[in-house]
Design a protein around this ligand. Sequence first.
Ligand SMILES: [Cu+2]
Length: 391
Amino acid sequence: MKRYIGRFGWFFGISLVAISAMLFAVACEDDSPSLEEAQAALCGDLESLGATLDALSAIGSEATVGDLQDARDDVNEAVEEVQSSAEDVEDASTDELESAYDELDSAINDIPEDATIEDAVTGIETAAANVQTAWQAVVTEAECEVEEPTPAETAEEGTPADEAAEIAEVEETFTQTFESDATNADYFFAHVTDNLITTVLFAPSRAECEANPEECIGEPGTVESIEGTTIEGDTASLTATVDFGVFDVGMVQADDVWMVDSFQAVSDEVAEGTPLVELTLGEFVFGFDDTTIPADGNFAFDVTNGGGQVHEVVVVPVAADVPLEQALEDVQEEDTVGFKLFIQPGQEVDMAFEQPFAPGRYALVCFFPDTSSPEMTSHAELGMVNEFTIQ
Ligand SMILES: [Cu+2]
């Protein structure tokens, strides 16, 4: 059952995926276009290439090396389009553009696996600028009226596109951080606040967490989906569905870097007409009134954390007629009939169950560690267990 401790695994899945160069040669039929048509096609393709170069230069400190590679792939595709349409335009040479692109490509391929995005961006700066210069030369030569790529810094702030990019950055940061493990500790620690370290990872301090990243960061997690991302100034919130439930996530920004700051339970939807049983969490108790539990076993908990520590509610069936402590020893984690993790101090959430409880004896347990003791004794050991029976 200890799986709930440290189950908040963050796994970093940086996959320097070999980019498969799926170059579908566009079959050029031989009914050659007129020079005008060819020129227009080339200018259109050059404009598209300009947009991909824009996107590449907009990549900043909040992106990932993977984003950089994706942007490179877009540039690659666009360069090929330009190459192909330039063949139909006399005097339009793309040789320099191609060789500049090849250099950019190898610069991106040369990025070391453990490089930070800042290093990666710096490492390809010259190559990217050369592609831009070569692009400009083809544009001029082909006499295209194409807008120059905009450097990232001059992009207007506050525009919808800008906001969408910011939201994408927030979501990407959360996902990467959540999916980190000790192999990516540098990224992880750069993107979590001290608050997250103490209230979610249960480390006494950042320093102690950093000293033992394997245990502190824990097992890999998976982000399945993210909803409702909103940004207000330097704070952001989102609701994430991860491999062990749905959680509200708070993020804060400092020096242009987003960091995960809080992670807490969300309320389940309770079917209409389902009675709510009040359940209060504290140090270290589950408080509820036995007589409020419906005899038919159909109810949801209205959980309030009245304590000062983060708690969880794990509900497991246990054998009858033995002391609770002993009964819990034989419990298998797959027997769990419900759990609600990371209920923060002061929080109130509804906890629904998939089906009414069948007759039997059930235990409520919290395995979270006591953050006030250096031993990090589990709340369960300190008495945070209780039980109810459905006749
Ligand atoms: Cu607890």
